[in-house]
Write a protein that binds this ligand. Structure first.
Ligand SMILES: Cc1cc2nc3c(=O)[nH]c(=O)nc-3n(C[C@H](O)[C@H](O)[C@H](O)COP(=O)(O)OP(=O)(O)OC[C@H]3O[C@@H](n4cnc5c(N)ncnc54)[C@H](O)[C@@H]3O)c2cc1C
Length: 212
């Protein structure tokens, strides 16, 4: 059984047996024989541990249920550690003070990113452009869902250069951000947003006045 590093103790307590899983791309045969397949949708971190911020609530709960079932079948009550899984299986019932899954993290992050575009100067000077370029560079490396970050970096670095951040001013930056978001929408099979309306959605409020 894999050991849990002390700093991860509480987060992964009860799930030690799942840490034998290897990240996608690593040969299946390198997995230990006693590791069970992970529930569908669970994404692993680069170190092979389940990545909560890369995984939906539903898949994370399937993982904790699996861990709980396995630990109750292999441990005595006095030695089994508690698994902090919510009792309900309804994602909408997730308490607001739990760590974010990939969707909650994404929603908050898009709010920040589009709001940054909304607050961007109408015409940006070179320092402002450099600051934003630097932010996007580090953001795309540090975003906590690593699979999301990798794809975002790849999209920005398209060899044609067509997806480089457009930073001369608010209008083109807001549109670029909308296209970046639509790229993820397409990947996830979601409806694309009509970028003509990005400013009403994120800066001015809708023309029908419902945000006033
Ligand atoms: C950089 C990045 C990469 C991501 N990659 C992944 C990934 O690889 N896999 C994954 O599962 N999740 C990923 N996500 C999360 C994903 O994009 C969503 O945030 C998440 O699925 C929740 O979706 P949602 O339907 O609630 O709305 P969101 O997509 O979060 O959108 C929030 C709101 O923004 C508005 N909106 C939608 N599209 C646009 C647009 N194009 N322009 C302007 N406004 C718009 C709508 O009003 C919408 O309600 C990523 C998030 C970010 C920030």
């Amino acid at each position: 059984m894999a050991e849990i590093p002390p700093q991860m103790d509480s987060q992964y307590r009860g799930q030690e047996h799942l840490f034998n899983q290897k990240p996608p791309g690593i040969a299946k045969e390198s997995q230990d024989n006693d590791s069970k397949p992970l529930p569908k949708g669970v994404v692993l971190d680069k170190d092979g541990k389940p990545c909560r911020t890369c995984t939906s609530v539903a898949s994370w709960r399937a993982l904790t249920r699996q861990a709980r079932a396995e630990s109750s079948s292999t441990s005595t009550p006095t030695t089994s550690a508690p698994v902090a899984a919510p009792a309900t299986s309804s994602p909408s019932a997730t308490p607001a003070d739990c760590p974010p899954d990939v969707e909650a993290l994404g929603r908050c992050t898009w709010t920040l990113l589009h709001s940054m575009a909304a607050a961007y100067p109408e015409t940006a000077n070179s320092e402002q452009q450099n600051d934003m370029r630097g932010f996007l560079k580090f953001f795309s490396r540090l975003y906590p869902c690593w699979v999301c970050a990798d794809d975002f970096q790849t999209w920005m670095a398209h060899p044609s250069g067509r997806n480089q951040p457009k930073l001369k001013g608010r209008a083109e930056f807001g549109w670029w951000m909308c296209e970046a978001h639509n790229e993820v929408n397409r990947k996830l099979g979601k409806k694309e947003f009509d970028c003509r309306f990005w400013e009403e959605r994120w800066r001015t409020g809708w023309k029908d006045g419902r945000c006033d």
